[in-house]
Design a protein around this ligand. Structure first.
Ligand SMILES: *[C@@H]1O[C@H](CO)[C@@H](O)[C@H](O)[C@H]1NC(C)=O
Ligand SMILES: *[C@@H]1O[C@H](CO)[C@@H](O)[C@H](O)[C@H]1NC(C)=O
Ligand SMILES: *[C@@H]1O[C@H](CO)[C@@H](O)[C@H](O)[C@H]1NC(C)=O
Ligand SMILES: *[C@@H]1O[C@H](CO)[C@@H](O)[C@H](O)[C@H]1NC(C)=O
Ligand SMILES: *[C@@H]1O[C@H](CO)[C@@H](O)[C@H](O)[C@H]1NC(C)=O
Ligand SMILES: *[C@@H]1O[C@H](CO)[C@@H](O)[C@H](O)[C@H]1NC(C)=O
Ligand SMILES: *[C@@H]1O[C@H](CO)[C@@H](O)[C@H](O)[C@H]1NC(C)=O
Ligand SMILES: *[C@@H]1O[C@H](CO)[C@@H](O)[C@H](O)[C@H]1NC(C)=O
Ligand SMILES: *[C@@H]1O[C@H](CO)[C@@H](O)[C@H](O)[C@H]1NC(C)=O
Ligand SMILES: *[C@@H]1O[C@H](CO)[C@@H](O)[C@H](O)[C@H]1NC(C)=O
Ligand SMILES: *[C@@H]1O[C@H](CO)[C@@H](O)[C@H](O)[C@H]1NC(C)=O
Ligand SMILES: *[C@H]1O[C@H](CO)[C@@H](O)[C@H](O)[C@H]1NC(C)=O
Length: 743
């Protein structure tokens, strides 16, 4: 089959004057910017000095009332700077059956775009062939380096469908890159002489694919040729191809021909042939070929931010922000709650709270510790410690406030075992289930503070079975608290004057108690030099333990070392009825003052009466004075209770009365010492005991002769109880509970 190209002389020549075009970098302001409704942006231009080069020269041809822009001979439809393309109209080749002549009429086409500036776009264009018995070719100049073809056949119209270009009535094929010239022709072997009734003409054109939509009307009519007067839209790629330079070369060229003049512009290598084009940088738009041609894009006009977000345009960019508490999620392009922020703020808040709270607690604790330390110092804690260091082996403990609070269940009312003028005595259980009595003052003045300290210092050093043992103290509180061994059976005062009175208690027991109290006081007087003076000896201060053994207590009025004269003056105290009259006059508290008071105790035991009867007759108000009067009149029976008169031996009664009288001597120096009193009581007790008990008593007294030294007494508690076995009628518990009286 002979393939022949039919070249009719209707070729279209694009661009002929590309050679000597001067390069003009500056566009004249007079330049026409539009022609026939088509924008002509630089580097394109109409007229001299308006285009970048002759390749971009656009001629605006006036046809009647309208004008049309042309590039070379091709009508210009559109210019795109961004994709560096132009849209032009190129001719359609035809191959028709002439019914009158009975032959085929050919109209082949060629297009020369030259090798400068333009190339036929291989991306947007397709070689398109229409007909029911046709074969068309496209090739370069004489088909030596490129030739392609497309066949389309159909026996009748019923096979042809709208929109489908797949070989039946319509055929399309792609073209290669870099084409700047093409020829289109038809194969003679395919003609429409047999099918001219429904398809007289075949067509072929290189045209924009997007602009083509096949219709069956193109087969049966001349509509395809007639729509644009034998023309079809086609896309050309353009570039700045001076010397076939790449971007790199053009930028380095010092002669100033680099076309991308605008700031914020970028050079783009041409994808179709040599050369380059220009684009505005990301975020900018405009004309990159003009100085300052690229300007910022206001991206916010397109509302790129999610709803609820705020768009802020910046030069070259934009920013989306969400309102407080929300965070921009790039992934979802939405304003989500800023969990990080919320969590952060919450945690921050809590951390701050914890910080403040713990800071407050630390401050409070420090303050408390400081106060405690201050109290400790005030109450002579340091002196005590110094002494305790010197006298090792002292069974004395310094309690903390917390320990005592725990021991007394926070000073619960049910733990109160005694109520004094100045404070409370609580029963508490400290470590190892040891019951203790805790003395705690409610109000305190300087003098009472001093008393507390006195008592503490004295008792902490003294260790005698007949003296209440101070187990420890607490110095951290404002008023120091004293912790004693717990004495369960009340006081001698209660025993004599209590509800059940002395009727149920044998006189022997009372005598023993008094003897023990005397031993305790004697020990106190002889313990140190100068002697410790109790200062407030009375029956209410003689406590009784479970075995009714005496325990001298309440050393608040005691004097440790009466060497300072001032001390005598300030220490006016004691209890009415027991007070040494000499002390009242001289204000000198001596060990004989205690002896006087003890004389009153002996009287109480002897007579069973209280030392002061305020409601009695004037002469009998004071027990001591009425006793002394009775003694003087040799009428002792007047003051003795009836039950004693017959039961006890006259010798014992007389001995006791004599002892009391000596103790109550107005002149202190005439009174016996406490030691002598104790010895005399010991002697008198022997008189009262039964023979079998007398032996035991002797053993006990011989022990007490050994000493008054603390160790000997300390270990004799058990000896003591065995030394005084329960005797008939002796143990008569009165109050079921136990009591401890502080003053
Ligand atoms: C174009 O520029 C040249 C040289 O710059 C000048 O001689 C000529 O007159 C200009 N032509 C027009 C139409 O402005
Ligand atoms: C541009 O084209 C017009 C008309 O086609 C022509 O007169 C003119 O000389 C051309 N200018 C250049 C610089 O090629
Ligand atoms: C030029 O192209 C733009 C978009 O590419 C289009 O909107 C416009 O209609 C075109 N103009 C002509 C005359 O084809
Ligand atoms: C058919 O051919 C004749 C002579 O060759 C010519 O005059 C006539 O115009 C043609 N008809 C068409 C429709 O081209
Ligand atoms: C059409 O082609 C056939 C063969 O394919 C041929 O015989 C016939 O002469 C041709 N007709 C015309 C008018 O060229
Ligand atoms: C196309 O045009 C250019 C410039 O005018 C010319 O040099 C070239 O030979 C032409 N090509 C053909 C095939 O006519
Ligand atoms: C056409 O092709 C031949 C070789 O086939 C070649 O010699 C000739 O120069 C070509 N013509 C043109 C115009 O390129
Ligand atoms: C088209 O061809 C088919 C078979 O090839 C035939 O049946 C049908 O009638 C034809 N239609 C027309 C309109 O000629
Ligand atoms: C194709 O579309 C044209 C109008 O666009 C219509 O006249 C014709 O009947 C359609 N052909 C078919 C086969 O639908
Ligand atoms: C195609 O259209 C052009 C312009 O209208 C016309 O000159 C030419 O004769 C037409 N060709 C055919 C085959 O109809
Ligand atoms: C710069 O451009 C000019 C003209 O376009 C050219 O003659 C010259 O060779 C170029 N120089 C370089 C280094 O590319
Ligand atoms: C391409 O154009 C340049 C001038 O712009 C010319 O010198 C060269 O010969 C041309 N090449 C071809 C193959 O047409």
């Amino acid at each position: 089959m002979e393939v022949r190209f039919l070249q009719f002389g209707l070729g279209l020549l694009l661009l002929l004057a590309a050679r000597h075009a001067p390069v003009t970098a500056v566009r004249s302001p007079q330049c026409q910017s539009q022609c026939g409704g088509v924008d002509i942006p630089y580097p394109f231009g109409i007229g001299d000095n308006c285009s970048l080069s002759s390749g971009f020269n656009v001629s605006c041809k006036v046809q009647g009332r309208t004008s049309k822009p042309f590039i070379g001979k091709a009508e210009l439809l559109n210019i795109s700077l961004i994709s560096a393309t132009v849209r032009v109209l190129l001719p359609i080749a035809t191959h028709c059956y002439n019914t009158s002549s009975g032959r085929m009429d050919f109209s082949g086409k060629w297009v020369n775009a030259s090798n400068a500036t333009y190339r036929f776009s291989d991306v947007y264009n397709k070689f398109t062939v229409i007909g029911c018995n046709t074969l068309a070719y496209i090739s370069d100049m004489n088909g030596t380096s490129y030739q392609s073809g497309c066949v389309s056949t159909c026996s009748n119209l019923s096979y042809v469908t709208n929109g489908s270009c797949s070989g039946i009535g319509c055929c399309q094929t792609e073209i290669p890159k870099g084409m700047d010239y093409y020829r289109v022709g038809f194969d003679r072997g395919f003609n429409t002489s047999k099918i001219w009734t429904f398809n007289r003409c075949s067509y072929a054109a290189l045209m924009e694919a997007a602009a083509f939509n096949f219709s069956t009307a193109y087969i049966s009519t001349t509509k395809f040729n007639d729509t644009r007067n034998g023309m079809a839209p086609s896309v050309l790629d353009w570039a700045i191809r001076n010397g076939s330079m790449s971007c790199e070369m053009a930028k380095q060229n010092k002669t100033g021909t680099y076309a991308c003049l605008s700031r914020n512009s970028a050079c783009v290598e041409s994808t179709n042939g040599p050369g380059y084009a220009c684009n505005c940088s990301q975020g900018y738009e405009g004309n990159p070929y003009l100085a300052d041609g690229c300007h910022d894009v206001n991206e916010c006009n397109n509302s790129p931010c999610p709803s609820g977000g705020v768009c802020t345009n910046t030069v070259g960019h934009y920013q989306c922000s969400c309102r407080a508490g929300r965070k921009l999620s790039k992934l979802k392009n939405a304003c989500d709650p800023d969990t990080g922020l919320i969590i952060g703020v919450t945690i921050g808040f809590f951390v701050l709270m914890v910080f403040c709270f713990s800071g407050y607690m630390i401050l409070q604790k420090r303050k408390l510790t400081k106060v405690k330390k201050e109290h400790f110092r005030q109450h002579g804690g340091m002196i005590l410690f110094e002494r305790m260091k010197l006298e090792k082996g002292l069974a004395f403990k310094v309690f903390t406030e917390a320990e005592l609070i725990h021991a007394t269940n926070n000073y619960d009312n049910s733990t109160i075992i005694g109520k004094g003028g100045h404070g409370m005595v609580y029963k508490g259980i400290v470590k190892d289930n040891v019951p203790v009595a805790i003395k705690r003052c409610v109000m305190i003045d300087e003098r009472q503070k001093k008393e507390f300290g006195q008592e503490m210092l004295i008792l902490s050093q003294v260790n005698h079975k007949n003296i209440v043992k101070l187990v420890g103290c607490c110095l951290e509180v404002e008023i120091p608290m004293l912790v004693y061994e717990f004495i369960s059976n009340g006081t001698l005062f209660e025993l004599i004057h209590g509800k059940n009175k002395a009727l149920q208690i044998s006189f022997n027991t009372l005598l023993r108690i008094v003897h023990e109290a005397a031993e305790g006081l004697s020990f106190l007087h002889s313990y140190a030099s100068p002697p410790i003076i109790h200062g407030d000896v009375k029956t209410a201060n003689i406590l009784l333990d479970g075995n009714y053994a005496a325990k001298v207590s309440d050393f608040g009025a005691s004097v440790l070392a009466p060497s300072d004269e001032d001390q005598y003056v300030t220490m006016v105290q004691g209890t009415c009825g027991y007070l040494d009259p000499e002390y009242m006059q001289t204000c000198q508290l001596t060990d004989k003052s205690d002896v006087y008071s003890f004389g009153v105790i002996v009287l109480e035991v002897l007579t069973g009466q209280v030392p002061l009867k305020l409601d009695g007759p004037e002469t009998q108000k004071s027990l001591s004075s009425s006793f002394l009067v009775a003694m003087k009149e040799n009428n002792l029976d007047a003051v003795l209770p009836s039950h004693l008169k017959g039961q006890e031996s006259a010798e014992l009664i007389r001995g006791l009365a004599e002892l009391a009288k000596q103790c109550l001597d107005m002149c202190g120096t005439n009174r016996p010492s406490m030691k002598e009193v104790a010895d005399e009581l010991g002697r008198l007790r022997k008189l009262s005991l039964h023979p079998w008990a007398q032996l035991e008593a002797e053993r006990e007294s011989s022990q007490s002769l050994l000493g008054g030294t603390p160790p000997a007494n300390f270990e004799t508690i058990e000896d003591y109880t065995s030394g005084y076995p329960t005797q008939e009628g002796e143990i008569l518990p009165m109050n079921p509970g136990s009591q401890y009286y502080a003053r």
